[in-house]
Design a protein. Structure first.
Length: 262
């Protein structure tokens, strides 16, 4: 059967704010956030009410445009707790994505979901960026095998689909079976630390992306899940890049050994 998911229309993109201080169980950066960066330079917030995606300044729509539409609020029948929808901005705009029955991936028909590149602000010179958004999976959502969710990218478009990622990176999130969450990382594979893939929650595919922290969190069905990822670029040529993921305000994934760029 076809199914839908909703992505809140109030994502936040912030540059030049270093917010990846680890939890007490995570390794500490060598210097403090204040010493490494300083004050904020740019921030962008999507409007709470909208009729199209013009505010996102879409640079390229790679597929699935017909599967996407703007809706206001979440149907009560999709929620595990309909009364809570109003408390969580139940009339705000959201991006609804359709996954037709038997859809597998963007390269095959029928095509499920949608994919686009957005550039609402210029972050080409940013050293670190945070991206926050919320996702609502209906209470009866069939997770099947997997699906991809928004993330950041650098270098150039197309750092996905088996790209060797020699001069680019992308940090999309994914759901797996039963809603297990992860970072789906594209970055130069032969430049990563052994520890990145040695983690028992990580699976490093030789052809496609690196599955980092699989199962560290679970996407909710019938409720909103808010995620905030922060990427701090590595010193060119060094394995000291940072990735942090907070889920509903709780730190779930933290790495400070990522190689994003030469």
């Amino acid at each position: 059967e076809p199914t839908t998911i909703f992505v809140s229309a109030s994502p936040t993109t912030v540059t030049e704010i270093f917010t990846v201080a680890p939890s007490t169980s995570s390794p500490s950066p060598s210097t403090t956030p204040e010493a490494r960066l300083g004050t904020a330079k740019k921030a962008w917030f999507a409007p709470s009410t909208m009729t199209d995606l013009s505010s996102f300044q879409i640079a390229k729509f790679t597929g699935g445009q017909k599967n996407l539409k703007i809706v206001n609020g979440i149907p009560a029948g999709a929620s595990a707790n309909p009364e809570s929808l109003a408390e969580a901005g139940g009339t705000d705009s959201a991006i609804q994505l359709l996954y037709p029955a038997n859809s597998i991936n963007p390269a095959q028909k029928p095509q499920g979901g949608a994919e686009f590149y957005a550039a609402p602000i210029n972050i080409a010179d940013a050293r670190n960026v945070s991206l926050e958004y919320s996702v609502f999976f209906p209470i009866n959502f069939d997770w099947v095998l997997a699906g991809k969710l928004p993330g950041l990218y650098g270098g150039h478009m197309g750092c996905s689909g088996g790209n060797a990622a020699l001069d680019c990176f992308s940090t999309r999130l994914m759901w797996r079976q039963d809603g297990a969450g992860e970072l789906y990382l594209y970055a130069p594979k032969d430049k990563q630390t052994k520890a990145l893939c040695a983690d028992p929650t990580s699976t490093c595919d030789a052809t496609y992306g690196l599955s980092i922290g699989r199962g560290k969190f679970t996407w909710a069905a019938g409720a909103w899940t808010t995620v905030r990822q922060t990427v701090y670029l590595n010193t060119p040529g060094e394995q000291d890049g940072t990735f942090a993921l907070d889920v509903n305000g709780e730190r779930m994934i933290f790495r400070d050994d990522v190689f994003y760029r030469e």
